[in-house]
Design a protein around this ligand. Structure first.
Ligand SMILES: [Mg+2]
Length: 383
């Protein structure tokens, strides 16, 4: 089998955003589907490729790179040679997310060809995964967070992750430049949520690297320990690794990082060796499914958790092919009161991650990544 074409199709979808405590009016945004075509009729697809999860379409420049340099590299080659392409693109210093999109479209293609879900092709390990509700930042007042955590618990979630206040002043209720941090209000949120949901819900906390001083990071970390939070995620900027070494040595609560550092599993393996992360973190746009599988193996060897970042079909497929002892949770959301994550976008017939009453999401059983694609919608809304 040979690759004969690689296309990126941009199309418009309605999106309802959430910003600084408010649901925004619906706007049209660009989504992309990357499509790989072979001489034997087999095809593979990947949605998104920019930003978080798989909801954000690639930019015009990124589409140009996919349909130029990357297409030229793979045309005429066997679509099952993912590992070869992965090394080629890594050596060529192609952007990690573009390398990842190619890798995932090829995993989809081979799994569709073999008529199995991607996680079964990888080696199935489980058909359902524990999920946590991951909040939008600046979700509202302290009371809003506590109420929402209780509502999530009632819905079935067993784990709630707080993104607290950043780039927004919760006192003045207006945007700010991210400095100073709102450490006192963040702590109030954590105390209120723990008090509301009790001790039988797992809680974790992620200020998204916005604590720019070690002093802020450790102050909050000590409170999280006292409140029995499970992990403390990405507290500081990730370009100061020695601050993380110090924080890991000082605190007992596991530090979960790096999240956004470039370098796929290479960087993350180094953080583990340096004692800069107690739990590691990666997602499918940082090396594709191939990169995540390598990272999960590194973590398994060291006995370190590999928590997969963000929602999406491909992240869920990784979880289906790994043990809960290594990759424990699926990040569902982002969630906020009034934000719907149970209705599929119009280009899909079904969501990939329905939540059951016990707080698990179940792996889609369709061949490939699990998409049920509405090609009519895509055709009607192509830009
Ligand atoms: Mg995070």
């Amino acid at each position: 089998m040979k690759i004969v074409d690689l296309q990126v199709i941009p199309f418009q979808v309605p999106r309802r955003g959430f910003h600084h405590g408010e649901i925004l009016p619906e706007t049209m945004v660009t989504q992309t589907v990357t499509k790989i075509v072979t001489d034997q009729g087999a095809e593979g697809y990947y949605f998104g490729g920019r930003g978080h999860g798989d909801m954000d379409g690639m930019s015009a420049e990124q589409i140009g790179a996919m349909q130029g340099r990357i297409k030229n590299l793979v045309l005429g080659h066997d679509p099952f040679d993912r590992e070869k392409f992965w090394h080629w693109l890594w050596v060529a210093k192609v952007d990690e997310n573009l390398l990842s999109v190619l890798d995932m479209a090829l995993w989809d293609l081979q799994a569709r060809t073999f008529r199995v879900p991607v996680y079964k092709l990888l080696g199935g390990c489980r058909d359902k995964v524990k999920a946590y509700a991951s909040t939008f930042p600046n979700m509202g007042s302290v009371e809003d967070y506590a109420e929402h955590a209780a509502a999530c618990k009632a819905e079935g979630y067993t784990h709630y992750k707080i993104h607290p206040y950043y780039f927004w002043d919760p006192i003045k209720k207006e945007s700010d430049p991210g400095r100073p941090s709102h450490v006192e209000q963040d702590i109030e949120v954590c105390r209120a949520v723990r008090q509301r949901v009790g001790n039988d819900m797992v809680l974790s906390f992620d200020p998204w690297g916005t604590y720019c001083t070690y002093e802020e990071a450790i102050k909050v970390g000590r409170v999280l320990q006292e409140l029995n939070f499970y992990w403390y995620e990405h507290p500081m900027p990730e370009y100061r690794v020695s601050s993380y070494e110090k924080l890991c040595a000082e605190l007992e609560i596991p530090i979960l990082s790096p999240e956004v550092a470039a370098g796929s599993f290479f960087t993350r393996a180094d953080w583990i060796l340096r004692g800069a992360s107690d739990m590691s973190r990666i997602d499918v746009l940082r090396g594709g499914i191939t990169g995540c599988k390598k990272m999960a193996a590194v973590c398994e060897a060291y006995g370190v958790k590999c928590e997969i970042h963000m929602s999406g079909f491909a992240n869920l497929q990784i979880l289906g092919a790994t043990s809960e002892d290594t990759c424990e949770y699926y990040e569902r959301g982002l969630v906020a009161p009034g934000m719907d994550c149970n209705t599929p976008p119009p280009y899909l017939e079904e969501i990939g991650d329905p939540l059951d009453v016990e707080g698990y999401v179940h792996l889609p059983q369709e061949p490939g990544m699990g998409y049920k694609i509405n090609w009519d919608y895509i055709g009607d809304n192509t830009t």
